[in-house]
Design a protein around this ligand. Structure first.
Ligand code: 4HQ
Length: 249
């Protein structure tokens, strides 16, 4: 059975609604994502929100905010049409609409895993001050933020989500990458890694790693993972301690 037939029926579909489709070309032609697309494991379609404008001449998609603040807001009608169109393309899959916004729940690996349960996702990328709230109310299923900072648009956040998802799809990663060994896989940060040479400048690779003693190596790696997690991410450490399944390991 080849890779394609093995995952036949599990192909995941992404529709991206954006004002800047060209931003995605580099990422989708040269990355883990491109490999997933070539293998037929995911499909990514870009749709220019501007093509859903009702104004033939200027293709307007934004307008001044009520309340008189500075900046522009994406008008609801083109967004509603773009979303409705995307939904109809995936009618069998009941796709969730995700709006990328700093107001959303902050992205974590668990959210990536949840999203992998879906067959299709519609990722809505806003620009300027954001989108008309009525779109959030009626059309958006989930708002996600990639972190507490301000981007100039949702595009990079959408790429982040697709990248993090693609690498967990069986068959996407090659021998050189392994999803299981990564940070967060067991709720701890990863231990330090070393490669040749044994001595770099005046720094030596820890002896235990050269010892060939598998049990000791595992113990050292675990100790280091715990140490670094406690130190750098007390929040992750607290969560880890209260997760029963981890303590059994
Ligand atoms: N923006 N995580 C404002 C973000 C963002 C984030 C996207 C800026 C939406 C309208 N998106 N636009 N942080 O900062 O996802």
């Amino acid at each position: 059975m080849n890779v394609d037939s093995q995952h036949y029926g599990k192909k995941m579909f992404f529709d991206i609604l954006t004002l800047f489709p060209a931003m995605f070309s580099g990422v989708f032609s040269d990355s883990i994502i491109s490999r997933a697309i070539k293998k037929g494991l995911i499909s990514v379609d870009l749709h220019d929100i501007r093509s859903y404008s009702d104004d033939e001449r200027h293709k307007t998609v934004d307008d001044y905010p009520y309340g008189g603040d500075a900046g522009m807001v994406l008008k609801p009608e083109p967004l509603a049409r773009a979303i409705t169109d995307a939904r109809s393309r995936f009618c069998d899959f009941a796709p969730k609409v995700i709006y990328l916004s700093p107001r959303g729940e902050v992205l974590r690996q668990e959210i990536i895993e949840e999203l992998l349960e879906e067959k299709a996702l519609i990722l809505l990328c806003g620009r300027y001050k954001g989108i008309d709230e009525r779109i959030c109310e009626r059309y958006v299923d989930r708002e996600i933020s990639i972190g507490d900072y301000v981007l100039s648009g949702g595009e990079i956040a959408a790429m982040t989500i697709i990248d993090a998802m693609a690498r967990l799809i069986p068959g996407v990663l090659g021998n050189r990458e392994s999803a299981e060994a990564d940070s967060f896989y067991r709720g701890l940060l990863s231990h330090p890694e070393y490669t040749r040479p044994e001595i770099f400048e005046d720094m030596k690779v820890p002896d235990v790693l050269l010892s060939g003693h598998h049990a000791n190596i595992l113990r050292w790696q675990r100790e280091k993972a715990v140490e670094i997690t406690k130190l750098r991410r007390p929040d992750l450490w607290a969560k880890y301690k209260t997760t029963e399944t981890n303590n059994e390991k």
